[in-house]
Design a protein around this ligand. Structure first.
Ligand code: PEP
Ligand code: CO
Length: 397
């Protein structure tokens, strides 16, 4: 049963404009009666593994789609995604000679925060923005884009199917690698609250193994941070370029006052231009406070831009530059660059461009993402290789 006070008075940002709160309450009640998706044993095992990363003796590879689609719950699709994660982790492990914790953006990545509430459909009509299939349809139609709380039940069922396949792969993973864990952005409060299980010291989010709070919802006084304060899962927070060292310490105080290694991960997404200015003082402040934190680099979300045709893309050379700078900045300021958080797919898509902005006209013959542009398999390998070679360079210096 959900044990969080049902309606918190704290500001809850990025919640869809549901038409009828009564229906949302009914969906939350039903979700609260459904079985947990993950177990406390799995969650604690991941926290343990992440503790080794916080101490500087292991690495993390976290990745997957920007947003999952319901139709991608079939076992073959999930297996291909898991295979990509394992392959990248094995590359990291072999080249770095360290254990690697593998975490998919999957089995629950069905809700998206949006900057603009409305967007222009291809036929010119203004429609509500796509917020992930847990909220509304990808089809740009006024009626189908109206937030429908019942979709959260479908999201739960799809997450369950995806996890069933993920669990099957646990038996088949490459030798020497831990099982792949799952994660998603903790965005929809009725969904997450309903899947919060256990009480007091045993409370945990049974919707996933690891959840992160996004750049737009990380206000220490907001409902998303409050939700995670009283749960034992490992939790991540995205840090954009506007974060100050004091903001970071406040998040530590809220989310990991007991300084448990593996509990708190900061996912840095500042953009290649701003990371060298904004990150050093944050790393030092957290280090001086003796707060054990896993530092991950999300080189995707600070580097998104639109082409003159209005296509959302990211430039691979800029992504690689942010990874290199992340490794340097974290290491030089006394931290441990813990790994990568990538938006990627095993499919041969062309969503991130090999060109720099303004350099030629990028082409996108195979653009499939329902939200942000992802790295294809080859580009994801290049991201991991950049992380590894930047590490190797630091170790030589
Ligand atoms: C995301 O990870 O898809 C996302 C929305 O990230 P951020 O909160 O960093 O913008
Ligand atoms: Co994204």
């Amino acid at each position: 049963m959900s044990s969080l006070p049902h309606s918190t008075t704290l500001p809850a940002l990025q919640q869809p404009p549901w038409a009828d709160d009564g229906v949302v309450d009914e969906v939350e009640r039903r979700l609260a009666g459904l079985p947990p998706l993950t177990t406390p044993g799995e969650i604690m095992m991941l926290r343990d593994r992440l503790a080794a990363v916080a101490r500087g003796s292991a690495l993390v590879l976290q990745g997957g789609d920007c947003v999952e689609r319901f139709e991608e719950s079939a076992s073959g699709t999930v297996r291909r995604k898991v295979r990509q994660l394992y392959d990248l982790s094995a590359l990291m492990r072999d080249r770095a000679g360290l254990p690697v914790v593998t975490v998919g953006r999957m089995a629950g990545q069905y809700a998206k925060p949006r900057t603009a509430p409305m967007e222009r459909a291809p036929h010119g009509e203004l429609v509500p923005s796509f917020r992930g299939e847990a909220v509304n349809s990808f089809v740009a139609d006024l009626r189908l884009r109206t937030p429908d709380p019942w979709r959260m039940i479908t999201a739960y069922n799809c997450a369950r199917l995806v996890l069933d396949t993920v669990r099957e792969t646990w038996q088949e993973g490459p030798p020497g690698l831990d099982p792949v864990f799952v994660s998603h952005e903790l965005l929809l409060l009725p969904y997450e609250r309903a899947l919060r299980r256990g009480v007091a010291t045993t409370a945990h989010l049974a919707s996933t193994h690891f959840g992160w709070i996004g750049e737009r919802t990380r206000d220490p006084g907001g409902a998303h941070v409050e939700l995670m304060r009283s749960t034992g899962n490992p939790v991540g927070v995205k840090l954009g370029p506007g974060v100050t060292p004091w903001d970071a310490l406040e998040l530590v105080a809220m989310l990991n006052p007991e300084r448990i290694p593996g509990r708190l991960t900061f996912i840095v997404r500042m953009g290649a231009d701003l990371i060298t200015e904004a990150l050093p003082s944050i790393i030092r402040k957290v280090r001086d406070a003796d707060a054990p934190v896993v530092w991950l680099c999300d080189p995707m979300h600070g580097n998104t831009f639109s082409t003159t045709d209005g296509i959302k893309t990211r430039s691979l050379p800029i992504i690689l530059r942010e990874i290199e700078q992340f490794v340097h900045v974290v290491s030089k300021n006394g931290g441990w660059p813990g790994g990568l958080h990538l938006e990627m797919t095993p499919d041969p898509v062309t969503e991130c461009t090999p060109l720099l902005p303004g350099q030629g006209v990028p082409e996108f013959p195979d653009y499939r993402s329902a939200c942000d542009p992802r790295l294809n398999a080859e580009q994801a390998v290049m991201a991991v290789e950049m992380f590894l070679s930047a590490r190797a360079q630091i170790r030589k210096e």
